[in-house]
Design a protein around this ligand. Structure first.
Ligand code: DGL
Length: 231
């Protein structure tokens, strides 16, 4: 069975790569919709339209299960995708607030994501359910998405990670992370799939003061479970 992945660009590659490590024999397809990136500040109706177009292409390529490897697209579109394609199993993403809230010792958690994700039902329900006793600092970091897309290798879906190690990128990351550290956040959730590409530099800025929570492996494990349930 072939599994399809899509994202507004190269962000979802973090999920794809984690999945390939777990399931090296499963055939995969990936759509990086970079020409419409970013999704983060688009109205929900537009994200639904773009997500449906991506799903259509993946189904045409023979995919029978789809991972929405994008928090923003999940927030806006997963309900309508499930309604439109009831025969297709979908796996989506939402910021990992639950593990962050459970593991935080300071009671302060930072979440980095896009506006679309923060406005979505999933994020707000999860926050209300699992983060009642912690302070959640929501940080919109749209410029991280732009920077990661700039590091895309032309003509391929690879990311040149060396381009994400410059002093300018570090300065951009510091601007968003330092206020969180000052506010004593000890967990920082990567709530956008573009952000794991910046994990080394985010960890450098955190310098051990906060744990960076990247959900890629957990999502890959969930996708594997769903896939095995279909066999
Ligand atoms: N990678 C997407 C996510 O996980 C968003 C990037 C964008 O704004 O397009 O939310």
């Amino acid at each position: 069975m072939k599994v399809g992945f899509f994202d507004s660009g190269v962000g979802g590659l973090c999920i794809l790569n984690a999945f390939r490590k777990l399931c090296p024999d499963v055939e995969t397809e990936y759509i990086a919709d970079s020409k419409n990136c970013p999704y983060g500040n688009k109205p929900a109706e537009e994200i639904i339209r773009l997500s449906e177009a991506n799903v259509k292409r993946l189904l045409k390529r023979g995919c029978e299960m789809i991972v929405v490897a994008c928090n923003t697209a999940t927030a806006a579109a997963i309900d309508s995708l499930r309604a439109k394609y009831p025969q297709v199993p979908f796996v989506g993403l939402e910021p990992a607030i639950k593990p962050a809230a459970l593991r935080s010792k300071t009671g302060v958690v930072g979440v980095l994501a896009t506006a679309g994700t923060f406005h979505g039902r999933l994020y707000n329900e999860t926050k209300a359910k699992f983060a009642k006793n912690v302070t959640v600092l929501a940080v919109q970091a749209d410029e991280f998405v732009t920077e990661v897309e700039k590091a895309r290798v032309p003509g391929s879906i690879a990311v040149d990670s060396r381009r994400l190690q410059s002093a300018a990128v570090e300065k951009m990351v510091r601007r968003r992370i330092e206020p969180l550290l000052k506010a004593e956040a000890d967990k920082i959730v990567l709530g956008c799939t573009h952000f794991p590409h910046l994990k080394p530099i985010i960890e450098k800025v955190c310098a051990g003061r906060a744990e960076v929570i990247d959900p890629s492996d957990a999502v890959a494990r969930q996708a594997k479970r769903v896939l095995e349930g279909l066999k």
